[in-house]
Design a protein around this ligand. Structure first.
Ligand SMILES: [Mg+2]
Ligand SMILES: [Zn+2]
Length: 195
């Protein structure tokens, strides 16, 4: 039977986004509650898969080897807190490269689905930007936004928005968090981010 997955964007969801890019482990700062959230998520019947655009590689600001080293240290820190990440996919390309993996393209989601036998229609992506939403809806993954990264304004796509990853994970049943009045969820129009 195919598996369900929770896809996670990295910057702005797991760690603090920064304009000068995360180019070393020193610049990788876990957002509040994320380690707890990943511990809780690890108890649930989902694969946990990170999908992240890392154009800093294409820009020559950081090496691919360094990004992989950062991911390894990220995974070790998460495991030390009792959680896990099952796989990490990253796009190293520049936006102009027009590759198939850089979100809003869904290439990383499609590749993970094949590699890990994931049912995308039963999976979720938690992100902080319009690109995350677009990549999700392109392949039938349900998007959820968190407020810990990009500020999203005015919008056109209705997507649930919650404060942070921990708030999302605490909606034990993701489906119920869409309609629960007790959650901090707001169903509001989401749309273009100002980049
Ligand atoms: Mg992000
Ligand atoms: Zn790419």
């Amino acid at each position: 039977m195919k598996k369900r997955a929770i896809f996670l964007d990295r910057d702005g969801v797991i760690n603090r986004d920064r304009a000068d890019y995360v180019t070393s482990w020193n610049k990788f700062e876990f957002l509040p509650g994320v380690l707890d959230a990943l511990y809780l998520l690890s108890q649930m019947p989902f694969l946990i898969v990170v999908v992240t655009n890392q154009s800093a590689i294409g820009r020559g600001l950081v090496s691919q080897a360094m990004v992989e080293k950062i991911h390894q240290r990220m995974r070790i820190a998460i495991e030390q807190a009792g959680g896990r990440i099952d796989a990490v996919y990253y796009c190293p390309h520049l936006p102009e490269a027009n590759c198939n993996c850089r979100k809003p393209k869904p290439g990383m989601l499609l590749r993970a689905a094949v590699d890990l036998d994931i049912d995308l229609s039963q999976s979720w992506l938690i992100g902080d930007s319009l690109r995350d939403i677009q990549a999700s809806v392109a392949v039938g993954v349900q998007p959820i936004l968190v407020r810990t990264g990009h500020r999203i304004r005015d919008t056109e796509i209705a997507v649930p928005i919650l404060d942070n990853l921990l708030t999302v994970v605490k909606c034990v049943n993701f489906d119920s968090c869409l309609n629960s009045p007790s959650s901090t969820l707001v169903r509001e129009k989401v749309a273009k981010i100002n980049t």
